[in-house]
Design a protein. Structure first.
Length: 217
């Protein structure tokens, strides 16, 4: 399936259904730790991952790989930043990076670290950022970017470049690109079954009858 069509289709299914489908199709957890959550707004995100790896340092260096990737990643990407070692309570994302991501039409950011400049981001861009924390601290003198478009671990899940990242207030799910079509088909089936099950429960005024017929909770 063409990438944009895939993204559009994933945007129409529940994130919980995507998580269940990844469990079954991929045989492993695809959802990130609950601490990776929306920090700016409740906007849903969906797009291919463009990844950055940061490592601890005492050098004062700009996050060059991240800055370059924001300009170079395909429009609609989700910028995913992982940190290794060091002090996690720092902001790996802020207002200027948001301005770049907004200008380049990216779908959102998912961070294993913190975000800052929340007032600016909300006021000027309303850009969705999912992060482990909120912190005013800078990465300068604490972290440096060491690579981009490499596999990274964020929130307990390995994210490869090009994997589909889907998130809303329920959490963030990573869908391996090679299995995205199969995950999508199953997620759509789960959504359809749950809709019919919910209708039956309401019509019959019985949760037990819904569970008995559809076997899903």
């Amino acid at each position: 399936m063409e990438q944009q069509a895939l993204v559009d289709a994933f945007n129409r299914v529940a994130v919980a259904s995507v998580a269940d489908a990844v469990d079954k199709v991929c045989g492993k957890r695809g959802y990130m730790d609950s601490t990776i959550k929306p920090r700016i707004n409740d906007k849903r995100i969906c797009g291919p991952a463009a990844t950055v790896l940061e490592a601890a340092t005492d050098e004062v260096l700009p996050p060059q790989h991240a800055l370059d990737l924001i300009d170079e990643a395909p429009r609609g990407s989700v910028i995913v930043i992982s940190i290794a070692g060091g002090e996690p309570e720092v902001a790996v994302w802020g207002g200027l990076m948001t301005a770049g991501a907004f200008a380049n039409g990216h779908a959102g950011a998912v961070l294993d670290g913190g975000v800052r400049d929340l007032t600016e981001i909300r006021r000027d861009y309303d850009f969705p950022v999912y992060a482990r924390s909120v912190s005013p601290g800078t990465t300068l003198g604490r972290y440096r970017t060491v690579a981009s478009m490499v596999p990274v671990n964020v929130g307990g899940v390995v994210v490869h470049p090009g994997d589909l990242v889907v998130g809303d207030v329920d959490g963030v799910v990573v869908v391996p690109r090679a299995q995205a079509e199969a995950v999508l088909a199953l997620a759509q089936e789960i959504d359809a079954r749950e809709l019919e099950q919910a209708k039956l429960i309401v019509a019959e005024k019985s949760l037990r009858k819904g569970l008995a017929k559809y076997g899903r909770i």
